[in-house]
Write a protein that binds this ligand. Structure first.
Ligand code: MN
Length: 242
């Protein structure tokens, strides 16, 4: 049996004969990347935390997807910096998934916002806005929608990520204006951009990988692209066999 990978959805509005309806949405690049890595993707709807945790319990692994900024009240920075598209319902849903995965030792891949969710859920905090707090020596996001810059990252030798990527320096895409500041409990940085920001984390004693870039949007031949999904699906396959 291929491992079942739960993929967290966001809420979007769809239009139809009944008018504008709230719907569960996942960019298809995520489910395609899970399938290409040998997993079976299932979409986890953005529901009450108890229901979400129950649904995730049926999965062998989890993928927390990218998206909106976390409500800064979650890490004590209400009122600081520009913050975009906060969705407290999605925060509740994904914070519950992250903590349940940690408690269960469930394999987890957390992409962009997902990595920030794991970090804050485990007690860390964020740079609210990179340009105003860190500067623009490295461009992590461009103002135009759809324009995605690239930048190199340095990988920690000996990390699971470096082993999967097969090199210690890789060019990644970048579409974030926030970043990890203080690390959450049990997280270790395993990749950095040239301005010193954390671009990936791993955990001890629990198969969890967070990446700040969007591997689902890279061409498959990019070494930073398929590796995170291979790490997730391999760990989920191991969990399935236990
Ligand atoms: Mn970046």
């Amino acid at each position: 049996m291929k491992p079942l990978i739960g993929v967290s959805a966001r809420t979007r509005t769809i239009a139809g004969g009944l008018g504008a309806l709230p719907a569960h949405a996942v960019p298809r690049a995520y489910t395609a990347a899970v399938a290409q890595a040998g997993g079976v993707p299932v979409i986890l709807p953005c529901t009450e935390p108890e229901v979400a945790v129950e649904a995730a319990g049926h999965c062998d692994g989890l993928l927390l997807t990218g998206g909106e900024d976390i409500d800064p009240v979650r890490y004590g920075r209400r009122g600081d910096g520009p913050v975009f598209d906060v969705d407290p319902e999605r925060d509740r849903f994904e914070f519950a998934l992250a903590r349940a995965a940690r408690d269960r030792g469930q394999p987890l891949l957390a992409v962009c916002r997902g990595m920030q969710v794991v970090n804050v859920a485990l007690g860390g905090d964020l740079v609210v806005d990179i340009p105003s707090e860190v500067g623009e020596a490295v461009l992590h996001r461009l103002p135009q929608d759809g324009a995605v810059p690239d930048h190199p990252v340095r990988l920690e030798p000996g990390s699971t990520l470096a082993a999967a990527v097969g090199t210690e320096r890789v060019v990644v895409n970048s579409s974030h204006h926030q970043a990890i500041r203080m690390l959450g409990a049990g997280l270790r940085p395993v990749a950095w951009s040239d301005d010193g920001l954390i671009e990936a984390v791993e955990t001890d004693g629990w198969p969890c990988l967070g990446v700040q870039w969007h591997p689902e949007h890279r061409p498959p031949d990019n070494p930073g692209s398929r590796a995170p999904f291979a790490v997730l699906v391999d760990a989920a396959a191991d969990a399935d066999r236990r």
